[in-house]
Design a protein around this ligand. Structure first.
Ligand SMILES: *Cc1c(COP(=O)(O)O)cnc(C)c1O
Length: 415
């Protein structure tokens, strides 16, 4: 199978834009299979993977225990179209891990769960406007994309008010001007879709206070952060409680998933209990629920998050030192087991700083890593993800290869 064949039948050869490698002007990779922390392409090249499915694969590829339970679930029937115990058990596990949650509704994607959360907020408040953070990502529904995509009528996408990342005065101004029109504020507690950003907990606390004062809902999109930073959500670590929480990625164990969670007083508005419609053929799919249950069970074992944090710290330190040795300005934003490295003189905070960073150096580095058997996200707007399948050897290899590449990049810039 070659790339031409893909381009002849899929748009740009892909099903999600970032996979086309356009940010780094490189050829895409076609994967044959994956195991642990590694992926093998159709030519048989082996890579250390830091894309990790863009976040879900915190246990690495094809974790044996997860695979076993998903396989077993498949043999008992792929889909029932009716209730089954595993969805109850996974909902209970999530509720147990996140204080304040009383009910869960499973969906098939983070996109769908975010969209449903906003629909619920609009129904409960009887208002339409929604505040989002510039550079935040909450899936690709019309209501969340607004003017970021063609084909969305102003009447549907026009109710979004955007605030620059961490800009408290701007947030206060929006609430002062629109207080009684705002249905909700949606934010990632740790932004991970403009590259990883260091969290601004004061800003999150301000968002909590302003939404409460305005009787609007605070929705945390924990699609990435849920079960990524510890066994639970970022909201618990930061001690900021949203009204609704959106999940995805990790809670499906690598299978398609999304979920909305909140207290009964809000969740009871979902159909058939209430008037806010949400449903789905594949919602709560038995295989996804089995994969998610096993993933959470493994994550709950002692030491898992310490191990992830240690590895990620060692990657951060190694890359930092390598760049310093070569005289390259590398800024690394890391939160637990996710990080993004930007070529910039100053710390990178917010999407504008990402856009202003040295994208040419970034592209050179990522292309070089790929040639040397390391797959890192081919966009500075994405995070690297460490899994429990990564080892110190993997990290050491990336650091060594990077230092060589950095030296070459400096050399190339000189000549
Ligand atoms: C990935 C992501 C989504 C969308 O989830 P999908 O399953 O891709 O639809 C929503 N919000 C955040 C923060 C994400 O990272």
């Amino acid at each position: 199978m070659n790339w031409k064949q893909a381009e002849n039948v899929l748009v740009a050869g892909v099903n999600s834009p970032v996979r086309a490698y356009r940010h780094v002007e490189d050829d895409p990779v076609m994967i044959q299979r994956a195991e642990g922390a590694e992926m093998i392409d159709v030519q048989g090249n082996r890579y250390i993977d830091f894309i990790m499915g863009w976040g879900p694969l915190i246990l690495g590829h094809a974790h044996p225990e997860v695979v076993e339970d998903v396989r077993e679930a498949a043999t008992r029937g792929m889909l029932y179209g009716l209730s089954h115990p595993a969805e109850v058990e996974l909902a209970a596990a999530i509720i147990e891990a996140v204080p304040g949650l009383e009910r869960i509704r499973f969906a098939v994607s983070g996109t769908e769960a975010c969209m449903t959360g906003v629909r619920l907020a609009r129904a409960v408040t009887g208002r339409n406007k929604m505040i989002m953070i510039e550079g935040g990502y909450h899936g690709h529904s019309d209501i969340m994309l607004g003017s970021d995509s063609a084909g969305i009528p102003e009447s549907i996408g026009g109710d979004i008010l955007k605030v620059p990342y961490g800009d408290a005065p701007a947030l206060q101004k929006i609430f002062a001007e629109h207080s009684n029109e705002i249905a909700c504020l949606v934010a990632e507690p740790v932004a991970a879709n403009m590259g990883v950003m260091q969290p601004d907990i004061d800003f999150l606390k301000l968002a909590r206070q302003l939404t409460a004062d305005a009787q609007a809902l605070l929705i945390f999109d924990e699609v990435v952060t849920g079960f990524r930073l510890h066994y639970g959500c970022a909201q618990t670590l930061f001690e900021v409680s949203p009204d609704l929480t959106v999940f995805g990625k990790i809670i499906g164990g690598g299978l398609p998933v999304g979920a909305l969670g909140g207290p009964w007083k809000l969740m009871r508005h979902l159909a058939p209990e209430g008037k806010v419609y949400h449903g789905g053929t594949f919602a709560g799919s038995p295989m996804t629920m089995a994969g998610g249950l096993k993933a959470l069970e493994v994550l709950k074992r002692p030491g898992v998050y310490d191990q992830l944090d240690r590895l990620a710290a060692s990657l951060q330190d190694g890359l930092r030192t390598a760049a310093k040795n070569c005289g390259l300005p590398l800024q690394i934003n890391r939160q637990g087991s996710m990080l993004t490295a930007f070529f910039a003189e100053e710390p990178v905070r917010g999407v504008d700083a990402v856009t202003l960073s040295r994208r040419d150096l970034f592209a050179q580095w990522i292309r070089g890593l790929k040639r040397q058997g390391v797959l890192a996200p081919p966009s500075p707007y994405e995070g690297w993800f460490i899994s429990t399948a990564h080892t110190e050897e993997h990290i050491a290899r990336v650091v060594m290869v990077s230092e060589k590449l950095f030296a070459e990049m400096v050399e190339a810039a000189r000549s």
